[in-house]
Design a protein around this ligand. Structure first.
Ligand SMILES: Nc1ncnc2c1ncn2[C@@H]1O[C@H](COP(=O)(O)OP(=O)(O)OP(=O)(O)O)[C@@H](O)[C@H]1O
Ligand SMILES: [Mg+2]
Length: 1010
């Protein structure tokens, strides 16, 4: 909550949500709510707290719901959007005091109770009222729900400020931006809280400033802004020069330039704002035409001897010639005719100034009305903002200060009435006995000023209106006569010797609630009359300027009937204002000025003490504390402290009031320390509350640890449950997958068993789909067993494993053939080993061979071969057929050569891996064909068959290197065999047939190695 506060504060927002920060922060930077100040009767304690906070840049402090604000005279980083967000919708006491908290509270109360409110911002000149009202307006502009349409209203509401400030504020000795008019602004809200409109009431502009400024003060800002910031073209058109020193109305205070004011940039703001608030170009032209005209008017020189005046710079004064007469002559009615009588010099100056004031004053009113037109006001719920000129005391105080200070008296009176009333009402509402508090009631001063017939205002009016030579001094005498004995009124004549020294003869002194003010009576009558010569008004009516025309209507009654005096008008408007305010719920911001030098960080004890006193802050605090220092709704109190009692923690089942009773009994509150109201608990002494709060602070840590432990447990348990769930899921999926696999396996097994059984049942039937696998299995099974129990010799027929029925028949011949092949080739021909595992078949007969069967009876077997021509070794596809008697070489169905087994001399094969065989035939006849050179893929099968069929076991020769053969009787040929990298058959240069073969065994071994 301290000066180092901001970021931490905002970050900790959530933590603070349910806390009453004023309690927790009390030991660090003073007390945030004066109500909790133990020494509440002590002004010094009050001041100490304010000072301590001020030095930590904590400019806001509460007295209950009243906000005390000390002007920091420097920019604080507490008005940004982040801060606004922090305060939006948060309970009043939950965060450190801030103007936003008050604004938000008013707004939310208005929305929930649907009634009207106003925020009274008071304090002396320069205390920060206008700034506070701007901050509130900005808060609403940002925080209220908005639409595009509403944004327009919002912008106009916001921008009305710089415009009104330009025309109605000025630099004074007290404040560089002093409000010289009173402003009451209603911001109007719809049901949803959207700002939908507004209305401004203005009070008594200090017009005299237009023509006269005290030393060190300025005219209204707009004049300087126009001269300094106005565009070249505009100034030329208005006949103005860019130099304030050239205009007598701008230099009387001798400080046209002020370092704290940037007229140029302010001009741009105002110019921009005027366009947003629906000012047409012609309105703007007319408006600045008037401002320029007032400056020109001020420069009109009146020649003392002739009263002849020179128009120096009057180009924009369209009414120049008429004006001349208007300013130099007065119209007098003589019986039936009107006569023009020339003015004296003084009169002429007076008339000129009166005209300037009237023009500016009426234009200001026009401006306020014009802004109101753009703000669209229809009565809904409103929040009013009252920012009026603060109480002020100058070295010389005049009629204006009298009005301003009277206004402040009235507001103080209203404040007293309302605060006392509301406090009383609260006690009544809650059914608690009311204990009256003594306080200074300023009604006595209000009465002194405004009482009918006897009051100062009545006396002043009387003096103004009475026939005869009434002067300011006669007015003073009258005051002395009528109210001379009043304790709050003193004059030079009435004062004791000591006081008399401080008063001039023309002075009177009022003892205001806020202090003594000495007024100089000079000018009271004139200013109160505010006479504008008839002639002047008539002149104005002839103007072409639309605003002037509007401000000086021809329907205005002539001076025959006296208009109401200024002070009476002001009094009536204040009565109106009081009525407006009384009908609304009040909220207060009390502004305090820390020093007179406008310096940051300086806290002038005497000055602040004085303000604390006259603002009635001590009394307000006393009223708040008269009965009970602290009060809160039962729900809020219970919510905060329920942890301190086992019965109320963590939840209280009954009503909040019962809960609070149970809680405070547990805490041991004594009967005189508290009272139970209808909706609130009232605690008499802060120490009781602080003791409770301290207990809570201790308990809070214990609770926090418990909550933390619970929360950690909760999180870990959640984590564990998640993990367990995941594990179960994985397990389920895994089991599912295993079960599916098992099912597939079983389904497969069932199929296999089924097939096996079917195969078994159909094992004796011819081969078909059902039994094919079964039979294959039987065969394989038999052969595997056979391999392990193979008899030593072929002849041991009895020791052969009994074949299954399907193999019975095959077995004999098959094994016979294999045994035969083994005896012929084993260990002799390279490729034999690989042929062992290949089964022999009966025949490799094809359809064409079948056809042959008609001519070749009883053929035994048949193999396809490649026959090489004896001459030239051309390869030709042929079939070799063995019958009982002979072998046939056949091409398709044609027998090419018949070889009787008797004439078959022998068969030669190489010892290598080739598949060539040479059939040697005995040739008796030269015509007979010679030996056959053949190549056969089923070499072993064919030769084994041949050996068995033709009984030629001994004539099969395995030879090395080369085989000689007969091409025809007497003519020989050769086939050479050798091993190589690649199988090849070709006719060598020597005329031999060269057969190159790859060693099959080695090649396959090589392959397996790779
Ligand atoms: N909250 C604030 N933060 C920073 N500066 C501030 C604050 N309030 C006031 N000031 C400074 O103090 C100056 C005077 O404040 P402001 O004009 O609000 O006084 P006022 O009470 O309206 O006086 P007057 O009665 O003369 O109009 C401002 O111009 C500004 O420089
Ligand atoms: Mg102000």
């Amino acid at each position: 909550f301290g000066g180092k506060q901001d970021t931490k504060e905002i970050d900790g927002k959530n933590m603070l949500r349910n806390m009453e920060a004023s309690l927790t922060a009390r030991d660090r930077v003073g007390i945030q709510d004066f109500v909790l100040l133990d020494a509440y009767m002590s002004e010094s304690a009050f001041l100490d707290n304010l000072r301590k906070r001020f030095h930590e840049n904590l400019i806001y402090t509460y007295i209950g719901t009243l906000l005390v604000s000390v002007n920091p005279y420097k920019e604080l980083n507490i008005y940004n959007k982040k801060q606004m967000d922090t305060y939006m919708g948060v309970n009043f006491f939950e965060l450190p005091p801030h103007i936003y908290a008050l604004a938000d509270n008013v707004f939310r109360t208005m929305l929930s109770e649907f009634n009207n409110h106003f925020i009274l911002i008071s304090g002396e000149s320069g205390a920060g009222k206008t700034e506070a009202s701007k901050k509130i307006l900005q808060f609403y502009a940002v925080s209220c729900p908005s639409t595009k349409l509403l944004n327009n209203v919002r912008d106009r509401l916001l921008l009305s400020n710089p415009v009104l400030e330009a025309f109605g504020n000025a630099k004074t000795l007290k404040n560089d931006n002093s409000s010289r008019f009173g402003k009451y602004m209603d911001i109007q809200f719809d049901h949803q809280g959207g700002a939908v409109g507004g209305h401004i009431l203005s009070y008594l502009l200090e017009k005299s400033r237009v023509v006269h400024q005290n030393h060190g003060e300025r005219n209204f800002h707009i004049f300087y802004q126009l001269v300094e910031g106005g565009e070249e073209e505009l100034l030329r058109w208005l006949g103005l020069e860019r130099n304030c020193q050239n205009y007598s109305y701008l230099v009387q205070g001798d400080c046209a330039k002020v370092s704290s004011i940037n007229d140029k940039s302010d001009w741009r703001t105002v110019r921009g704002a005027l366009s947003v608030i629906h000012f047409s170009e012609s309105d703007i032209e007319d408006l600045f035409g008037i401002i320029a005209s007032v400056l020109h008017l001020g420069n009109i020189k009146l020649n003392t001897s002739t009263c002849h005046f020179l128009m120096e710079t009057s180009r924009r004064l369209v009414f120049a010639c008429v004006l001349k007469q208007g300013l130099t002559h007065r119209k007098i009615e003589a019986k039936t005719e009107e006569v023009l009588s020339p003015f004296s010099v003084d009169h002429a100056v007076y008339a000129r100034d009166a005209l300037a004031k009237a023009i500016y004053g009426r234009t200001f009113n026009w401006l306020v009305n014009k802004i109101n037109e753009s703000l669209d006001f229809s009565r809904k719920t409103v929040i009013g903002l009252l920012d009026i000129y603060g109480f002020e005391v100058f070295y010389v105080n005049s009629f204006e200060q009298f009005c301003i200070n009277y206004c402040n008296e009235k507001l103080q009176q209203l404040f007293i009435q309302l605060t006392l009333k509301s406090e009383q009402e609260e006690y009544e509402m809650e059914g608690i006995e009311w204990e009256p508090v003594p306080f200074f009631n300023n009604k006595i001063i209000c009465d002194l000023v405004e009482e009918k017939h006897r009051g100062m205002i009545s006396l002043l009016d009387e003096e103004c209106l009475r026939p005869g030579e009434a002067t300011d001094l006669t007015f003073l005498e009258k005051l002395e006569e009528t109210i001379g004995g009043h304790p709050h009124f003193v004059t030079h004549k009435l004062a004791d010797i000591k006081t008399r020294k401080t008063l001039d003869r023309g002075d009177f002194r009022l003892l205001h609630y806020a202090g003594e003010v000495t007024y100089c009576v000079v000018g009271f009558l004139d200013k109160n009359n505010d006479l504008l010569y008839r002639n002047g008004k008539e002149v104005m009516r002839q103007s072409k300027n639309a605003i002037i025309k509007h401000c000086f209507p021809s329907s205005e009654p002539d001076s025959k009937k006296r208009p109401e005096t200024v002070v009476t008008q002001f009094k009536s408007s204040l009565v109106g204002l009081t009525e407006i305010l009384m009908s609304k719920e009040p909220w207060y911001v009390r502004c305090i000025k820390p020093n007179d030098a406008k310096q940051p960080g300086r806290f002038d004890d005497v000055l602040v003490r004085h303000q604390v006193k006259y603002l009635g802050l001590m009394e307000h605090l006393r009223v708040r504390r008269a009965g009970f220092a602290y009060r809160r709704k039962y729900e809020i109190f219970l919510q905060r402290y329920k942890a301190l009692c086992p019965d109320t923690w963590p939840h209280w089942k009954g009503t909040a009031a019962e809960g609070v009773r149970c809680l405070i009994q547990h805490l041991g509150y004594k009967p005189d320390e508290y009272k139970m109201g209808r909706t609130k608990i009232f605690i008499r002494h802060p120490r009781t509350l602080f003791a409770t709060e301290d207990t809570f602070q201790v308990c809070k840590h214990r609770l926090a640890t418990r909550i933390q432990a619970k929360y950690k447990g909760y999180r870990v348990k959640g984590h564990y449950l998640k993990q367990r769930e995941a594990a179960t899921k994985i397990e389920t999926c895994w089991r599912g997958m295993l079960a599916r696999k098992e099912r597939e396996k079983r389904a497969w097994a069932v199929k296999v068993i089924k097939k096996f059984i079917k195969g078994f049942m159909t094992r004796n039937q011819p081969a078909c789909v059902d039994n094919s696998e079964y039979l294959a299995y039987v065969r394989q099974n038999y052969l595997t067993r056979l391999r392990d129990t193979l008899p030593k010799t072929v002849l041991e027929k009895d020791s052969w494993l009994t074949p299954p029925p399907i193999m019975e028949e095959v077995c004999d011949t098959f094994l016979l053939l294999k045994a035969e092949a083994s005896s012929i080739f084993k260990g002799k021909k390279e490729s034999y080993a690989l042929s062992v595992c290949r089964p022999f078949v009966d025949t490799r007969i094809s359809k064409t061979a079948e056809l042959l069967s008609y001519r070749i009876q009883e053929f035994k077997t048949y193999v396809p071969v490649v026959k090489y021509d004896r001459n030239g070794f051309r390869p030709r596809l042929r079939q070799l057929i063995f019958t009982r008697e002979a072998a046939y070489l056949v091409e398709e169905a044609k027998i090419k050569q018949r070889i009787n087994y008797i004439s078959l001399k022998g068969v030669s094969v190489s010892n290598l891996s080739d598949n060539f065989l040479i059939l040697h035939v005995s040739c008796d006849d030269i015509k007979q064909k010679g030996d056959l050179v053949l190549q056969c893929d089923h070499l072993f099968e064919a030769l084994t068959q041949l050996s068995l069929i033709a009984n030629k076991q001994n004539c099969i020769k395995v030879v090395q290197g080369s085989v000689r053969f007969d091409i025809q009787p007497g003519r020989e040929g050769f086939v050479d065999f050798k091993s190589g990298q690649e199988s090849m058959v070709y006719r060598a240069k020597n005329g031999h047939l060269m057969v190159v073969s790859v060693n099959i065994i080695e090649a396959s071994l090589e392959q397996t190695k790779n």
